[in-house]
Design a protein around this ligand. Structure first.
Ligand SMILES: Nc1ncnc2c1ncn2[C@@H]1O[C@H](COP(=O)(O)OP(=O)(O)OP(=O)(O)O)[C@@H](O)[C@H]1O
Length: 335
Protein backbone atom coordinates (compact mmCIF):
# COMPACT_ATOMS: atom_id res chain seq x y z
CA UNK A 1 0.00 0.00 0.00
CA UNK A 2 1.31 3.42 -0.96
CA UNK A 3 1.52 6.02 1.76
CA UNK A 4 -1.98 6.89 3.02
CA UNK A 5 -2.80 10.53 2.34
CA UNK A 6 -6.39 10.53 3.57
CA UNK A 7 -7.19 8.36 6.60
CA UNK A 8 -10.53 7.83 8.29
CA UNK A 9 -10.89 5.47 11.20
CA UNK A 10 -14.37 4.95 12.66
CA UNK A 11 -15.41 8.51 11.80
CA UNK A 12 -18.89 9.61 12.85
CA UNK A 13 -20.94 12.73 12.39
CA UNK A 14 -24.19 13.20 14.23
CA UNK A 15 -26.42 16.24 13.74
CA UNK A 16 -29.04 17.30 16.23
CA UNK A 17 -32.17 18.35 14.41
CA UNK A 18 -35.23 19.86 16.08
CA UNK A 19 -38.60 18.87 14.64
CA UNK A 20 -41.88 20.53 15.50
CA UNK A 21 -44.24 17.86 16.85
CA UNK A 22 -47.17 20.02 17.88
CA UNK A 23 -48.12 23.41 19.22
CA UNK A 24 -45.18 24.69 21.33
CA UNK A 25 -43.54 21.28 21.17
CA UNK A 26 -40.31 20.26 19.54
CA UNK A 27 -38.51 16.96 19.51
CA UNK A 28 -34.80 16.48 19.13
CA UNK A 29 -33.69 13.91 16.57
CA UNK A 30 -30.18 12.75 16.01
CA UNK A 31 -29.26 12.33 12.36
CA UNK A 32 -26.31 10.01 11.99
CA UNK A 33 -24.99 11.41 8.69
CA UNK A 34 -21.70 9.47 8.84
CA UNK A 35 -21.45 6.24 10.78
CA UNK A 36 -18.21 4.36 11.67
CA UNK A 37 -16.61 5.32 8.37
CA UNK A 38 -13.13 3.92 7.77
CA UNK A 39 -11.04 4.13 4.60
CA UNK A 40 -7.69 5.32 3.33
CA UNK A 41 -6.74 7.00 0.06
CA UNK A 42 -3.12 6.85 -1.06
CA UNK A 43 -1.21 9.85 -2.38
CA UNK A 44 -1.88 10.23 -6.10
CA UNK A 45 -5.01 8.06 -6.15
CA UNK A 46 -8.14 9.20 -7.97
CA UNK A 47 -11.17 7.73 -6.21
CA UNK A 48 -14.88 8.00 -6.95
CA UNK A 49 -17.05 8.64 -3.88
CA UNK A 50 -20.68 7.92 -4.66
CA UNK A 51 -23.98 7.13 -2.98
CA UNK A 52 -27.68 7.95 -2.99
CA UNK A 53 -28.95 11.40 -1.99
CA UNK A 54 -28.44 12.03 1.71
CA UNK A 55 -25.90 9.19 2.04
CA UNK A 56 -23.31 11.38 3.74
CA UNK A 57 -20.94 12.32 0.89
CA UNK A 58 -20.95 16.09 1.41
CA UNK A 59 -20.69 15.64 5.16
CA UNK A 60 -17.56 13.53 4.63
CA UNK A 61 -16.03 16.14 2.29
CA UNK A 62 -16.84 18.91 4.77
CA UNK A 63 -15.05 16.96 7.53
CA UNK A 64 -12.08 16.39 5.21
CA UNK A 65 -11.79 20.13 4.62
CA UNK A 66 -12.22 20.96 8.31
CA UNK A 67 -15.53 22.82 7.85
CA UNK A 68 -17.22 20.22 10.08
CA UNK A 69 -15.76 18.50 13.12
CA UNK A 70 -16.39 14.74 13.43
CA UNK A 71 -18.49 13.62 16.40
CA UNK A 72 -16.18 10.62 16.81
CA UNK A 73 -13.36 8.63 15.29
CA UNK A 74 -10.05 9.71 13.83
CA UNK A 75 -9.52 11.64 10.61
CA UNK A 76 -6.25 12.80 9.03
CA UNK A 77 -5.39 14.47 5.73
CA UNK A 78 -1.66 14.64 4.99
CA UNK A 79 -1.11 13.72 8.65
CA UNK A 80 -3.13 16.75 9.79
CA UNK A 81 -6.41 16.84 11.73
CA UNK A 82 -8.49 19.07 9.41
CA UNK A 83 -10.83 20.54 12.04
CA UNK A 84 -7.94 21.50 14.33
CA UNK A 85 -5.63 22.89 11.67
CA UNK A 86 -8.03 24.05 9.03
CA UNK A 87 -6.03 27.10 7.91
CA UNK A 88 -2.78 25.17 7.62
CA UNK A 89 -4.52 22.46 5.61
CA UNK A 90 -6.27 24.99 3.35
CA UNK A 91 -2.96 25.56 1.57
CA UNK A 92 -2.75 21.88 0.71
CA UNK A 93 -6.28 21.18 -0.49
CA UNK A 94 -8.50 22.38 -3.32
CA UNK A 95 -12.29 22.10 -3.45
CA UNK A 96 -14.71 22.43 -6.36
CA UNK A 97 -18.48 22.34 -5.83
CA UNK A 98 -20.22 21.93 -9.17
CA UNK A 99 -23.41 23.56 -7.93
CA UNK A 100 -21.73 26.58 -6.35
CA UNK A 101 -18.90 28.86 -7.37
CA UNK A 102 -15.99 30.12 -5.32
CA UNK A 103 -15.47 32.91 -7.85
CA UNK A 104 -16.62 36.49 -7.35
CA UNK A 105 -19.77 36.78 -9.45
CA UNK A 106 -19.42 40.40 -10.58
CA UNK A 107 -15.68 40.45 -11.11
CA UNK A 108 -13.72 39.38 -14.18
CA UNK A 109 -12.25 35.90 -13.75
CA UNK A 110 -8.70 37.26 -13.45
CA UNK A 111 -9.68 39.42 -10.45
CA UNK A 112 -10.89 36.34 -8.57
CA UNK A 113 -7.53 34.72 -9.29
CA UNK A 114 -5.67 37.82 -8.08
CA UNK A 115 -7.66 37.72 -4.84
CA UNK A 116 -6.81 34.04 -4.40
CA UNK A 117 -3.17 34.84 -5.06
CA UNK A 118 -3.27 37.10 -2.02
CA UNK A 119 -5.53 34.95 0.17
CA UNK A 120 -3.33 31.90 -0.25
CA UNK A 121 -0.12 33.98 -0.25
CA UNK A 122 1.08 32.18 -3.37
CA UNK A 123 4.63 33.28 -4.26
CA UNK A 124 4.47 35.57 -7.34
CA UNK A 125 6.53 33.36 -9.66
CA UNK A 126 4.53 30.27 -8.78
CA UNK A 127 1.22 32.10 -9.22
CA UNK A 128 2.25 33.35 -12.68
CA UNK A 129 3.47 29.93 -13.74
CA UNK A 130 0.32 28.15 -12.48
CA UNK A 131 -1.99 30.76 -13.99
CA UNK A 132 -0.29 30.41 -17.36
CA UNK A 133 -0.40 26.62 -17.27
CA UNK A 134 -4.03 26.39 -16.10
CA UNK A 135 -5.16 29.08 -18.56
CA UNK A 136 -3.68 27.04 -21.38
CA UNK A 137 -4.83 23.61 -20.22
CA UNK A 138 -8.35 24.74 -19.40
CA UNK A 139 -8.59 27.04 -22.42
CA UNK A 140 -9.38 30.15 -20.37
CA UNK A 141 -7.34 32.61 -22.46
CA UNK A 142 -10.25 34.54 -23.90
CA UNK A 143 -12.22 34.46 -20.67
CA UNK A 144 -9.95 36.06 -18.07
CA UNK A 145 -11.43 39.53 -18.51
CA UNK A 146 -15.05 38.36 -18.60
CA UNK A 147 -17.18 38.84 -15.44
CA UNK A 148 -18.01 35.44 -13.94
CA UNK A 149 -21.76 36.00 -14.25
CA UNK A 150 -21.37 36.20 -18.05
CA UNK A 151 -19.62 32.83 -18.34
CA UNK A 152 -21.43 29.71 -19.55
CA UNK A 153 -21.73 26.86 -17.05
CA UNK A 154 -18.87 24.95 -18.72
CA UNK A 155 -16.63 28.01 -18.79
CA UNK A 156 -17.45 28.80 -15.18
CA UNK A 157 -16.64 25.25 -14.14
CA UNK A 158 -13.25 25.41 -15.85
CA UNK A 159 -12.70 28.76 -14.13
CA UNK A 160 -13.58 27.20 -10.76
CA UNK A 161 -11.23 24.26 -11.31
CA UNK A 162 -8.37 26.63 -12.13
CA UNK A 163 -9.17 28.64 -8.99
CA UNK A 164 -8.97 25.50 -6.86
CA UNK A 165 -5.55 24.62 -8.30
CA UNK A 166 -3.73 27.98 -8.32
CA UNK A 167 -2.07 27.21 -5.00
CA UNK A 168 -0.88 23.74 -6.11
CA UNK A 169 -2.98 21.66 -3.69
CA UNK A 170 -1.91 18.08 -3.05
CA UNK A 171 -5.52 16.90 -2.87
CA UNK A 172 -8.57 18.01 -4.83
CA UNK A 173 -12.14 17.34 -3.67
CA UNK A 174 -14.56 17.53 -6.56
CA UNK A 175 -18.29 17.57 -5.90
CA UNK A 176 -20.24 17.02 -9.16
CA UNK A 177 -17.70 18.77 -11.43
CA UNK A 178 -19.52 17.81 -14.65
CA UNK A 179 -23.11 18.45 -13.57
CA UNK A 180 -25.12 20.28 -16.24
CA UNK A 181 -22.22 20.42 -18.70
CA UNK A 182 -22.58 19.57 -22.39
CA UNK A 183 -20.62 16.70 -23.92
CA UNK A 184 -17.73 18.89 -25.12
CA UNK A 185 -17.28 20.61 -21.74
CA UNK A 186 -17.55 17.30 -19.86
CA UNK A 187 -14.86 15.75 -22.04
CA UNK A 188 -12.62 18.78 -21.55
CA UNK A 189 -12.97 18.67 -17.76
CA UNK A 190 -12.33 14.91 -17.66
CA UNK A 191 -9.28 15.18 -19.95
CA UNK A 192 -7.88 17.89 -17.74
CA UNK A 193 -8.40 15.91 -14.52
CA UNK A 194 -6.79 12.83 -16.02
CA UNK A 195 -3.79 14.88 -17.02
CA UNK A 196 -3.57 16.64 -13.65
CA UNK A 197 -3.55 13.32 -11.85
CA UNK A 198 -0.99 11.75 -14.20
CA UNK A 199 1.40 14.69 -14.37
CA UNK A 200 1.23 16.13 -10.86
CA UNK A 201 0.08 13.08 -8.90
CA UNK A 202 -2.70 15.16 -7.33
CA UNK A 203 -4.88 13.00 -5.09
CA UNK A 204 -8.51 13.34 -6.20
CA UNK A 205 -11.74 12.44 -4.40
CA UNK A 206 -14.61 12.71 -6.87
CA UNK A 207 -18.30 12.82 -6.02
CA UNK A 208 -20.59 12.47 -9.00
CA UNK A 209 -23.91 11.11 -10.22
CA UNK A 210 -22.44 10.49 -13.68
CA UNK A 211 -21.11 6.98 -13.97
CA UNK A 212 -18.98 7.94 -16.98
CA UNK A 213 -16.95 10.32 -14.78
CA UNK A 214 -16.01 7.35 -12.62
CA UNK A 215 -15.48 5.04 -15.57
CA UNK A 216 -13.12 7.42 -17.31
CA UNK A 217 -11.24 8.74 -14.30
CA UNK A 218 -11.23 6.40 -11.35
CA UNK A 219 -9.77 2.94 -10.95
CA UNK A 220 -11.39 2.71 -7.54
CA UNK A 221 -14.85 3.63 -6.33
CA UNK A 222 -16.26 3.84 -2.81
CA UNK A 223 -20.01 3.66 -2.23
CA UNK A 224 -21.54 5.16 0.89
CA UNK A 225 -25.07 4.55 2.09
CA UNK A 226 -26.65 5.68 5.34
CA UNK A 227 -23.24 7.06 6.30
CA UNK A 228 -21.51 3.69 5.98
CA UNK A 229 -19.09 2.38 3.41
CA UNK A 230 -20.88 -0.41 1.55
CA UNK A 231 -18.47 -0.97 -1.35
CA UNK A 232 -14.80 -0.22 -1.98
CA UNK A 233 -13.20 -1.57 -5.14
CA UNK A 234 -13.13 -1.46 -8.93
CA UNK A 235 -16.09 -0.12 -10.90
CA UNK A 236 -16.45 -3.48 -12.68
CA UNK A 237 -17.00 -5.12 -9.28
CA UNK A 238 -19.72 -2.59 -8.50
CA UNK A 239 -21.50 -3.51 -11.72
CA UNK A 240 -21.24 -7.18 -10.79
CA UNK A 241 -22.48 -6.57 -7.25
CA UNK A 242 -25.38 -4.53 -8.62
CA UNK A 243 -25.92 -6.86 -11.58
CA UNK A 244 -26.32 -3.66 -13.54
CA UNK A 245 -27.11 -3.60 -17.20
CA UNK A 246 -26.21 -1.44 -20.17
CA UNK A 247 -28.48 -1.04 -23.15
CA UNK A 248 -27.51 -1.47 -26.79
CA UNK A 249 -29.88 0.51 -29.00
CA UNK A 250 -29.83 -0.61 -32.63
CA UNK A 251 -31.54 0.81 -35.71
CA UNK A 252 -32.18 -1.92 -38.27
CA UNK A 253 -32.76 -1.38 -41.97
CA UNK A 254 -36.40 -2.36 -41.52
CA UNK A 255 -38.87 -3.63 -38.91
CA UNK A 256 -37.94 -7.14 -37.85
CA UNK A 257 -39.02 -9.58 -35.12
CA UNK A 258 -37.05 -9.23 -31.86
CA UNK A 259 -33.35 -9.94 -32.39
CA UNK A 260 -32.21 -13.35 -31.20
CA UNK A 261 -29.44 -11.99 -29.01
CA UNK A 262 -26.74 -14.20 -27.46
CA UNK A 263 -27.63 -14.79 -23.77
CA UNK A 264 -27.63 -13.13 -21.31
CA UNK A 265 -28.35 -10.20 -23.68
CA UNK A 266 -32.05 -9.87 -24.49
CA UNK A 267 -34.41 -7.55 -26.32
CA UNK A 268 -36.34 -5.40 -23.85
CA UNK A 269 -38.13 -3.07 -26.27
CA UNK A 270 -39.01 -2.85 -29.97
CA UNK A 271 -40.30 0.27 -31.72
CA UNK A 272 -40.46 0.01 -35.51
CA UNK A 273 -36.95 -0.68 -36.81
CA UNK A 274 -35.37 0.32 -33.44
CA UNK A 275 -34.66 -2.34 -30.79
CA UNK A 276 -33.25 -2.10 -27.26
CA UNK A 277 -31.07 -4.92 -25.93
CA UNK A 278 -30.14 -5.13 -22.24
CA UNK A 279 -26.82 -6.81 -21.37
CA UNK A 280 -24.63 -7.03 -18.22
CA UNK A 281 -22.65 -3.81 -17.73
CA UNK A 282 -19.51 -5.84 -17.03
CA UNK A 283 -19.74 -7.60 -20.44
CA UNK A 284 -18.14 -6.31 -23.64
CA UNK A 285 -20.41 -4.17 -25.83
CA UNK A 286 -18.07 -4.73 -28.79
CA UNK A 287 -18.62 -8.49 -28.69
CA UNK A 288 -22.40 -8.12 -28.61
CA UNK A 289 -22.36 -5.55 -31.42
CA UNK A 290 -20.20 -7.86 -33.57
CA UNK A 291 -22.57 -10.80 -33.02
CA UNK A 292 -25.70 -8.76 -33.78
CA UNK A 293 -24.09 -7.06 -36.81
CA UNK A 294 -23.11 -10.44 -38.27
CA UNK A 295 -26.75 -11.52 -38.44
CA UNK A 296 -28.82 -8.36 -38.76
CA UNK A 297 -28.76 -5.36 -41.14
CA UNK A 298 -27.67 -2.48 -38.84
CA UNK A 299 -27.98 1.16 -39.84
CA UNK A 300 -26.95 2.75 -36.55
CA UNK A 301 -26.30 1.91 -32.89
CA UNK A 302 -25.54 3.45 -29.49
CA UNK A 303 -24.75 2.09 -26.03
CA UNK A 304 -26.49 3.56 -22.99
CA UNK A 305 -24.79 3.38 -19.61
CA UNK A 306 -26.74 2.43 -16.50
CA UNK A 307 -27.75 5.22 -14.19
CA UNK A 308 -25.49 5.44 -11.14
CA UNK A 309 -28.47 5.58 -8.77
CA UNK A 310 -29.91 2.43 -10.36
CA UNK A 311 -26.61 0.54 -9.99
CA UNK A 312 -26.38 1.48 -6.33
CA UNK A 313 -30.04 0.76 -5.65
CA UNK A 314 -29.67 -2.72 -7.16
CA UNK A 315 -26.51 -3.35 -5.21
CA UNK A 316 -28.11 -2.32 -1.94
CA UNK A 317 -31.21 -4.40 -2.56
CA UNK A 318 -34.81 -3.56 -1.64
CA UNK A 319 -33.95 -2.33 1.86
CA UNK A 320 -31.08 -0.07 0.81
CA UNK A 321 -30.84 3.29 -0.83
CA UNK A 322 -33.54 4.92 1.26
CA UNK A 323 -33.00 8.68 1.29
CA UNK A 324 -33.22 9.16 5.03
CA UNK A 325 -30.33 8.16 7.29
CA UNK A 326 -31.13 6.42 10.57
CA UNK A 327 -32.52 8.78 13.17
CA UNK A 328 -32.55 8.35 16.87
CA UNK A 329 -34.97 10.19 19.02
CA UNK A 330 -32.78 11.93 21.51
CA UNK A 331 -35.02 14.01 23.64
CA UNK A 332 -38.19 16.00 23.90
CA UNK A 333 -38.47 19.57 25.09
CA UNK A 334 -41.09 22.21 25.02
CA UNK A 335 -39.95 25.09 22.82
N1 LIG B 1 -26.06 20.76 8.90
C1 LIG B 1 -26.88 19.72 8.95
N2 LIG B 1 -27.81 19.64 9.92
C2 LIG B 1 -28.63 18.57 10.00
N3 LIG B 1 -28.62 17.52 9.16
C3 LIG B 1 -27.72 17.54 8.18
C4 LIG B 1 -26.82 18.64 8.02
N4 LIG B 1 -26.01 18.37 6.94
C5 LIG B 1 -26.44 17.17 6.45
N5 LIG B 1 -27.45 16.69 7.20
C6 LIG B 1 -28.13 15.40 6.98
O1 LIG B 1 -27.15 14.39 6.93
C7 LIG B 1 -27.48 13.43 5.93
C8 LIG B 1 -26.33 13.31 4.95
O2 LIG B 1 -26.28 14.52 4.18
P1 LIG B 1 -25.17 14.80 3.06
O3 LIG B 1 -25.42 16.20 2.56
O4 LIG B 1 -23.83 14.49 3.59
O5 LIG B 1 -25.58 13.73 1.94
P2 LIG B 1 -25.04 13.58 0.45
O6 LIG B 1 -24.65 12.17 0.29
O7 LIG B 1 -24.02 14.62 0.15
O8 LIG B 1 -26.37 13.85 -0.39
P3 LIG B 1 -26.60 14.53 -1.86
O9 LIG B 1 -26.18 13.53 -2.88
O10 LIG B 1 -28.08 14.75 -1.86
O11 LIG B 1 -25.81 15.81 -1.88
C9 LIG B 1 -28.79 13.92 5.31
O12 LIG B 1 -29.86 13.25 5.94
C10 LIG B 1 -28.84 15.38 5.64
O13 LIG B 1 -30.16 15.84 5.77
Amino acid sequence: MRDAFIELDGVEKVFDVWRRTGFMKRERHRVRAVDSLSFTVARGEMVGYIGPNGAGKSTTIKMLTGILTPSGGRLRVAGVDPSRERMRLAHRIGVVFGQRTTLWWDLPLIDSYRLMHRMYRIPAARYRENLERLTELLDLGGLLDVPVRQLSLGQRMRGDIAAALLHDPEVLYLDEPTIGLDVVSRTRVRDFLRRLNAERATTVLLTTHDLRDIEQLCSRVMVIDHGRLVYDGALAGLHEAGESERTLVVDLERELPPIEAPAPARVVRVEGPRQWLAFPASASAAELVAKVAARYPLVDLSVREPDIEAVIARMLGPSGGAPEPPQERAGRTPS
